[in-house]
Design a protein around this ligand. Structure first.
Ligand SMILES: Nc1ncnc2c1ncn2[C@@H]1O[C@H](COP(=O)(O)OP(=O)(O)OP(=O)(O)O)[C@@H](O)[C@H]1O
Ligand SMILES: [Mg+2]
Length: 659
């Protein structure tokens, strides 16, 4: 049980918790929610012991093993698999212990105590799951979207987002009683996200997850902990339930209610506009649903009191952009370029709102980056309309921020860079006012970016983008780190935006509410996706089923090719042939059965010897003997493992023969 009683928690001058009281029970799946900068990550720092309460009582069971995702970017030549196996801290610890004891034993082979320790170290390691650590790690890595050939690739060879996925796999690898996840979905695509949901639903321990993704929270949590106004409030239920309960509370407050009505009226305008406008009935429908959803959470927005808008872009070229006969991909040093997408023929017209869909690694970001001029096309033409002004927002863009500078300095720098092209007032006072409209208060415009929360940084990047008055928005996972209110504000702003929009996002709610049409990036090409998001989720399922089927067919074909060709047999000879086949099968089965019998015998003997050894090790023995026995035990365990594997392979063969 985790308990906080009247806890006070500070960060510099900010009081993040002021007399917070809450209890979390073992096994609960808790969603920790609240505005950007409310103190969620700071609360994690309290839970994992990096920070101490400034007042009140905080307690957490001492014996609980805790797993969490490291926030740093891993830099290592280790293979992806080894890196993730290393996340099993118990295994790593035991391996290190064993190495130390082995070293001590090599120096002092006659020390009884060391010998005993050695024997224990071997058995402990086996108990900790040493034998299947690698397949367990690889299942996690593949589940998070890596390809089989990447399992042994060095961690350093992956891009930032993928390395963070490995950090996530490493945390999941760690056996734990308490799992702390701080925005685990930020680096995931929709399909990896769906896999993670399924994994977490089976996690047996206590889990606390910080997330701003309502659908994810609904899927994996049953308790919601809300942090606001330096207080913690516990709600029994997932995020939607929490929203409902909270909405009810808010409705009871007259003032908030009035504000909410305003917002609803505002949203209704959009529903009407889109009902009239959207040509494809199905998409219009899902869009209306999304807006209805926003209507329901309007009370939260009212509380948030934050909104922004994109300024009307000056001139909008039409087409904005056209791509003909193009190939996109990467230039590789000293090798052929790696083509990811080919035969791309597309144009983007003024006012289009395109959601870009596609599974992991299919080239969504390649497409977006090429349009954003971050990389060149390998072949063909990308023609830009005159006056095209791209506002590009990518997750990695948080790197464009300078940790030592504050928001105001960032804006001043941006204004200077744009020079005469800036269309907004760029004096310091104006910039302060502008930042204020993005919820950067007087103090915060001077806070170094390095100490800001993830969402605060993302909001700053967004502010910098809006300030440039783009007419084509190219957004690659823009909602990462943003809290729900800011997401809603972004959704509203995007709905009002008069320019053109291309959006990659795993945020289903956002895709639903702002996109009219979808492109699908997959199997090396870019095409239209006919349908809505629900169709897309079905498509993802079908696609993974198709890949599995393909793999199966390939295996079957390979087997058929390896087997002697069975000629069509004339009917009269059929019976004879059948009898011959049976005979042949039984001939083939004989040596297999014989080997199985031998293995059974050997396994029985090994098991007896193991039991004897274990019994002997429980007695006081001379040092040398203990160590010998320990070594023998390890050798036996290894042998048993090998025999069992062989046994399984043989029985598979037998089964195949019988079929
Ligand atoms: N070292 C620091 N000095 C000053 N302020 C800090 C420091 N560290 C954090 N803060 C402030 O404390 C507040 C809480 O930060 P925290 O990272 O816990 O927020 P969060 O709830 O996790 O937000 P997000 O949803 O954006 O991740 C933020 O306003 C942040 O700017
Ligand atoms: Mg945080």
């Amino acid at each position: 049980m985790i308990t906080l009683k009247n806890v006070i928690l500070r960060r510099s001058a900010k009081v993040l918790l002021d007399g917070a009281t809450v209890t979390l029970n073992p096994g609960e799946k808790v969603g920790l929610v609240g505005r950007n900068g409310a103190g969620k990550s700071t609360l994690f720092a309290l839970l994992n012991g990096t920070l101490h309460e400034d007042g009140g009582d905080f307690s957490i069971p001492k014996q609980w093993r805790m797993a969490q995702v490291a926030q740093n970017m891993p830099e290592t030549e280790e293979s992806a698999t080894d890196f993730v196996v290393g996340g099993d801290t118990r295994l790593t610890e035991l391996r290190e212990q064993l190495a130390a004891i082995e070293a001590a034993y090599a120096e002092n082979p006659d020390d009884a105590d060391i010998g005993m320790e050695l024997a224990h170290a071997y058995t402990d390691l086996a108990d900790a799951g040493e034998h299947d650590a690698v397949p367990r790690a690889q299942a996690l890595i593949l589940g998070l979207g890596f390809k089989t050939h990447e399992l042994d690739a060095p961690v350093n060879s992956f891009s930032g987002g993928w390395r963070m996925r490995l950090q996530l796999a490493r945390a999941l690898m760690c056996p734990s009683d308490l799992l702390l996840l701080d925005e685990p979905t930020n680096h995931l695509d929709l399909d990896a996200l769906v896999w993670l949901e399924a994994w977490l639903q089976k996690y047996p321990g206590t889990m606390i997850v910080i997330s701003h993704d309502r659908e994810f929270l609904d899927a994996v949590t049953d308790v919601t902990l809300h942090i606001a106004n330096a207080q913690l409030t516990r709600y029994g239920g997932n995020y939607s339930k929490f929203e409902d309960m909270r909405a009810l509370q808010m409705e009871q407050q007259q003032q908030a209610f009035a504000k909410q009505q305003e917002k609803i009226a505002h949203l209704q305008k959009f529903i009407d506009r889109f009902k009239a406008k959207a040509s494809k009935a199905k998409q219009a429908q899902s869009r209306v649903k999304a807006l209805e959803r926003m209507e329901r959470v309007a009370p939260l927005l009212a509380e948030a009191d934050f909104s922004f808008e994109f300024k009307e872009p000056g001139n909008i070229p039409n087409p904005m952009l056209s791509i003909s006969n193009a190939s996109f991909g990467y230039v590789v040093e000293d090798a052929e370029p790696k083509t990811i997408l080919r035969g791309v023929n597309r144009s983007v017209l003024a006012g289009q709102r395109i959601g870009i869909l596609g599974a992991n690694g299919q080239g969504k970001s390649t497409l977006v980056k090429t349009i954003a001029r971050e990389m060149g096309a390998l072949a063909g033409q990308v023609t830009e309309g005159k006056g095209l002004n791209i506002g590009y927002f990518a997750q990695q863009e948080l790197d464009v921020l300078h940790p030592g500078s504050n928001p105001l300095e960032h804006m001043v720098r941006l204004a200077r860079e744009l020079g005469g092209n800036a269309r907004e007032p760029s004096g310091e006072q104006a910039l302060r006012g502008y930042l204020g409209s993005f919820n950067f208060s007087g103090d915060m415009v001077k806070q170094p970016v390095g100490t800001m929360s993830g969402g605060e940084k993302a909001r700053l990047v967004l502010a910098m983008m809006v300030w440039q008055r783009p007419n084509l928005l190219l957004l690659d996972e823009p909602t990462n780190h943003l809290d729900l209110a800011t997401r809603e504000a972004l959704a509203v702003a995007l709905n009002e935006f008069e320019g053109t929009l291309m959006l990659v996002s795993h945020d289903r709610a956002l895709l639903r509410s702002v996109c009219d049409e979808f492109w699908l990036v997959g199997r090396g090409v870019v095409g239209d996706f006919e349908g809505d998001l629900d169709d897309y989720q079905r498509y993802l399922l079908d696609e993974s089923k198709r890949l599995r089927e393909e793999a199966k067919v390939a295996v079957r074909e390979a087997e058929a090719a390896a087997a002697p060709a069975a000629a069509a047999t004339p009917a009269p000879q059929q019976r004879k042939q059948d009898a011959q086949d049976r005979q042949q099968r039984s001939d083939q089965a004989k040596p297999i059965k014989r080997e199985i019998a031998q293995i059974d015998e050997r396994l029985a003997k090994a098991a007896t010897e193991r039991a004897e050894l274990e019994a002997r090790l429980a007695q006081p023995l001379p040092a040398g003997e203990i160590a010998e026995a320990g070594k023998r035990l390890k050798a036996l365990n290894d042998e048993i493992g090998r025999l069992e594997e062989r046994w399984l392979a043989l029985s598979d063969q037998l089964e195949a023969l019988a079929a």
